[in-house]
Each structure stands twice: as C-alpha cells, then as structure tokens.
Design a protein around this ligand. Structure first.
Ligand SMILES: NC(=O)C1=CN([C@@H]2O[C@H](COP(=O)(O)OP(=O)(O)OC[C@H]3O[C@@H](n4cnc5c(N)ncnc54)[C@H](O)[C@@H]3O)[C@@H](O)[C@H]2O)C=CC1
Ligand SMILES: O=C(O)C1=N[C@H](C(=O)O)C[C@H](O)C1
Length: 247
C-alpha cells in the first residue's frame, strides 16, 4: 500500500483525490489537510498530492522536500523562478521526487501532444481555454503549457511569424501573448475545464478540443502519478507525458 497525504483536501480537486485514494486498492490515505491545518498530519506519507493555490504551493513543497516526502502536484501557476528554487531545494535532497503536471486528464495530455505534432504544419495557432468562474489563475496552466510546446515545435521547424495585421486594439482583445501564441481565457458558470487549439493555413483549419466534464476525469492521471513518482528517473518531472510514453 502506498501511503498518501493530500494538501487542499477540502477543495474541489483535493476532495476528489481523497475519494480516489480511498477507493484504490493500492493506496491508503494518511491524512487530508487544508489551509490552517498542521502539515505534521501527513508526516507518515510516502507521497503527498497538492491541489491548493498558486500562492501556497511553493511553501508546501519546501516542507515536503525538506521532510523527504515525494510530491505529486496539480496546482498551477509555476514559472521559471519557482522551478529554479525547487531544483535548488531538490539538489539538497537527492532521494526526493516531484511530479508537477498542469493537467492530469489523460485526454488533455493527448490534446497537448497532438497540438505539438500539428504546430509545424500551420501558419496560425491560437488557444481558447474555458473554465469555471472560481478559477484563480488565467490563463490556465494547461493553456500556458500548450502555448509553450506549440512555440517550441514551431521554433524547431523554423516556422515564420504568424500572420496578424492588427495595429489598433482595445487592450486584451487579442488575448495574452504566451511564448508568441495568443491565449484567450473564458470564465463561464456551469463549465469545468475545456480547451480548444485552433490551427489555420491556406484554405484549411484544424481544431483540437478537450473537455473535462467532471473532476473524476483527472483521477486516473493523479493515481498514475502517485504510483510512479518514487521511481521516476529525474528529481523533477514536468508533465504526465513521460509516464504515458508520449515524448
Ligand atoms: N493539474 C490538474 O489536472 C488540475 C489542476 N487544478 C489546479 O489545482 C488547484 C486547485 O484547484 P481547485 O481544487 O479547483 O481549487 P479550490 O479552491 O477548490 O481548492 C483549493 C483548496 O486548497 C486549500 N488551501 C489553500 N492553501 C492551502 C495550504 N497552504 N495548505 C493546504 N490547503 C490549502 C484551500 O483552502 C482550498 O480548500 C488550482 O491551481 C487549479 O488550477 C485543478 C484541476 C485539475
Ligand atoms: O482550475 C481548474 O479547474 C483547472 N486547472 C488546471 C489548469 O489550470 O490548466 C487544469 C484544468 O484545466 C482544470
């Protein structure tokens, strides 16, 4: 049995992780804690799953790494400075593994993978992400990563700049520029998590769309992370792709 702790256990995702860990035959919940609770409650855990808040996750990781506990992180909002600090922390604790994935939905990971494959064949690529209105960060971690991998694929292919004649604009009308890819974030009551990547070239478009219809959709990926994190070759793994042989 893998002993698992959950940070953010009262939240939308954390509560789902608690259910999934309790239901799986090979995992055992040590404790689920939320803001203000003592982290000591998870000290017996081998792996802690974090679905908290972009402002809270680094402090949680400092504690987990210092205490030799592997982490599976779904919380979004990671940037280069945060990752650099994490790499420094991990260097002092070579036994610890951290897996950070902006999206644990297997279909969402495939959507990103297919987008990277398609990117070199098109002149234009833009991303529309749609989420529930309680989401703290915009654009979503998934959109941020998708933009990054599209941009990388275009660079590697030697693609030229995307066509765009805009010279006059109300601020925000063209979305956010993430690594040269325009990202548009919608917050709509009733939705959960959705993304469409739109590609275009002469006379043709391709749309790759992913929809999470329930938060259960993320649980197979979270449990895969819990089962595999301790054995990952690198101390810090970004994205679920290597666990799905998708690199
Ligand atoms: N990687 C993925 O597949 C997914 C990632 N997310 C991300 O997960 C994060 C959480 O999303 P939701 O569950 O919708 O948010 P939520 O607001 O429903 O839950 C977050 C919970 O964390 C708690 N919390 C805040 N600071 C804490 C701390 N220091 N220690 C312990 N608990 C703390 C809050 O009180 C709250 O109960 C967001 O960054 C979101 O973008 C969400 C869905 C899927
Ligand atoms: O906050 C959410 O709900 C989600 N967050 C993640 C993100 O920012 O990409 C994953 C998914 O889109 C749901």
């Amino acid at each position: 049995m893998i002993k698992v702790g959950v940070f953010g256990a009262d939240g939308r995702m954390g509560a789902e992780v608690v259910k999934a860990v309790n239901a799986a035959e090979d995992t055992e919940l040590v404790a689920g804690i939320d803001a203000g609770d003592e982290r000591e409650a998870v000290r017996g855990a081998e792996v802690v799953v974090d679905f908290t808040h972009p402002d809270a996750v680094m402090d949680n990781l400092r504690w987990l790494v210092a205490n030799g506990i592997h982490a599976v992180v779904g919380t979004t909002g990671f940037d280069e400075p945060k990752l650099a600090e994490l790499r420094e922390l991990l260097a002092k604790h070579p036994e610890v593994r951290v897996l950070i994935a902006p999206n644990f939905g297997i279909a969402a990971v495939l959507m990103m993978h297919f987008a990277a494959k398609a990117a070199p064949y098109f002149d234009s690529a833009e991303i529309v992400e749609l989420h529930h209105p309680n989401k703290a960060d915009a654009p979503s971690g998934t959109a941020h990563r998708t933009a990054g991998i599209i941009s990388q694929a275009r660079r590697q292919a030697g693609s030229t700049a995307m066509p765009d004649a805009t010279t006059s604009e109300i601020e925000g009308a063209r979305g956010a520029d993430v690594d040269g890819v325009h990202v548009h974030a919608l917050r709509i009551a009733g939705l959960i998590a959705h993304q469409e990547v739109i590609f275009g070239t002469h006379g043709e478009t391709l749309k790759i769309r992913h929809d999470s219809m329930s938060r259960e959709s993320f649980m197979p990926g979270v449990l895969l992370g819990v089962r595999r994190v301790a054995g990952l070759p690198d101390q810090l793994t970004l994205g679920l792709e290597p666990l799905l042989d998708l690199e």
